[in-house]
Design a binder for this molecule. Structure first.
Ligand SMILES: NC(=O)c1ccc[n+]([C@@H]2O[C@H](COP(=O)([O-])OP(=O)(O)OC[C@H]3O[C@@H](n4cnc5c(N)ncnc54)[C@H](O)[C@@H]3O)[C@@H](O)[C@H]2O)c1
Length: 287
């Protein structure tokens, strides 16, 4: 199956990043959102990101222009998805927002169109069961910032066909990503591991075993990680981290995914990290 036209639903952090890399790889790409102002914000983010690559000499001005020319935008899902070969949904992480989109896509898209979700943890099987083509529904879990992060988790539900997985792996490779296949399961691979690191960091701090800065420092220096658990949490958002942990805990009952009380306190007082301008480093930092 030849993939030529892509529709990306959502123009937020992930949607605009995915649109950028897909258009950069030469695909005709339409980015959809519910309001023009969100689209404009997404397009500005794409132009700013490409502009930074041009400044660093990693992308030529001509390639930036070509990438922008490959992007269409729309606030009409029907118009945007009606002739798409591959759709990637990247809207809010709520089943009640995503499921109706998959129901609509079932009506709008040609029957051979593959429907992918960038969900961080909503079961792919649940989204697939909103359609009459569950074998063509798959998870394509990109990472932020999408133009920088090379990994891509390809998530197959119990009903995803081998053909859909193959086409998706080829597509992922064509946009410059390194793929791994994982079965549909709470947190997939990455979100099973990384929230535990931040949770355990918060527990160490609560127990008073070391200072926050020393916990980050020893993780950076000993594991060669670019950042420690608290730096990461301030970047990702304490709220996102608590949601990931609670999502897995609710689905599995595994005690280790119960959010540390300190993480929950941070959310309650609005110390979410960079997005609210205050986080672990505001409260516990000494520098
Ligand atoms: N941010 C991350 O680091 C990250 C990483 C991996 C996966 N994800 C997943 O990607 C998805 C998107 O996350 P995000 O961080 O980009 O969110 P975001 O809030 O930045 O963007 C979501 C966008 O979806 C739009 N939207 C909402 N309902 C819509 C609809 N019915 N039709 C079209 N557009 C609609 C919103 O207007 C918004 O612009 C989520 O499922 C999230 O879990 C996020």
């Amino acid at each position: 199956m030849a993939i030529k036209k892509i529709c990306v639903i959502g123009s937020g952090t992930m949607g605009n990043g995915i649109t950028q890399v897909v258009a950069q790889a030469g695909y005709e790409t339409t980015m959809v959102d519910v309001k023009q102002e969100f689209i404009d914000k997404g397009m500005n983010a794409i132009k700013a990101s490409l502009g930074r690559f041009v400044e660093k000499g990693r992308v030529s001005q001509a390639d930036m222009d070509k990438t922008i020319a490959n992007i269409r935008t729309s606030i009409d899902l029907k118009q945007a998805a009606k002739d798409a070969d591959y759709v990637i949904e990247a809207v809010f992480e709520r089943a009640e927002v995503k499921t109706p989109i998959f129901q609509q896509l079932e009506e709008i898209c040609p029957k051979e169109t593959i429907l992918a979700s960038n969900t961080s943890g909503i079961p792919i099987g649940l989204l697939a069961s909103a359609t009459k083509r569950p074998e063509k529904v798959i998870g394509m879990h990109f990472f932020s910032p999408v133009p920088m992060m090379r990994g891509l988790e390809v998530v197959m539900s119990l009903l995803t066909s081998e053909e859909t997985v193959k086409v998706s792996l080829d597509f992922g490779k064509s946009i410059g990503k390194e793929t791994v296949v994982v079965k549909d399961s709470p947190g997939f691979i990455t979100n099973r591991i990384i929230p535990l690191v931040m949770n355990e960091g918060a527990k160490l701090l609560e127990e008073g075993l070391a200072s926050m800065e020393d916990i980050d420092k020893i993780c950076r220096l000993s594991f060669n990680w670019p950042m420690g658990p608290f730096e990461l949490c301030d970047l990702v958002g304490a709220d996102v981290n608590v949601d990931l942990l609670e999502g897995i805990y609710q689905q599995t009952g595994w005690e280790r995914y119960k959010p540390a009380p300190l993480l929950k306190r941070m959310v309650e007082i609005g110390y979410l990290g960079r997005k609210t301008g205050k986080g672990f480093y505001t409260l516990f930092g000494t520098k």
